[in-house]
Design a protein around this ligand. Sequence first.
Ligand code: C5P
Length: 227
Amino acid sequence: ATVRPGSARHVVITAGPTREAIDPVRYLSNHSSGKMGFALAAAALDQGARVTLVSGPVALATPPGAQRIDVVSAADMHREALRLAPEADVFIGCAAVSDYRAAEAAEHKLKKTAGGAPLTLSLVKNPDIIADVAGLTPARRPSVVTGFAAETREVRRYAEDKLARKALDMIVANDVSAEGLGFGSDDNAAWLLWRTPSGSASDHQPPQPKTQLARVVIQRALALLPG
Ligand code: C5P
């Protein structure tokens, strides 16, 4: 994407979980609260950016000034993210996207199996939203693409792999096995890893409120913008 001198930076953020329908009344999802993504939106607004928040189903108020686009499934989020990416300077994938969806969502409510036989659900892989955004042609790709990684061990190593594999510019990796941090909580600790002209650099952020960590992440992402 081209940087327009003098105009506010446009930051597009995905947040929250996605829901993948199994039938009209059931879905697959995860425990993401959306708090980190919404905190990033608020921090970006604070720093003068224009913010578009693509959010899965969450119980959070929209930060005043953000444009919010509500989505349900990974397919919806993928479509909206790719539509918005060419006009974004910074893209941050903070959503906990469901890795799989039902191969076919049933048209009618599934019935219990006869005699208690096991029910088998076929799942297919969802598209990797952030990898697709990072893989856009230079004319359409946001200048800074930042991902998140939730790991329970070897946080830094897996984050480095992910940075390279998904062709990201920065990754924020947190240890979700640590008590009181990560999913649903108000605090987070993280490694920030980003690309530099000569390789990569990193910064460890100790446990702190997600609102504070969000400020650090946004400052770093904006600092990586050219010009
Ligand atoms: O591969 P993993 O799910 O651990 O990567 C996490 C990062 O990738 C997050 O930034 C998340 O928002 C993004 N992601 C995505 N689409 C997926 C899966 C993950 O954008 N289908």
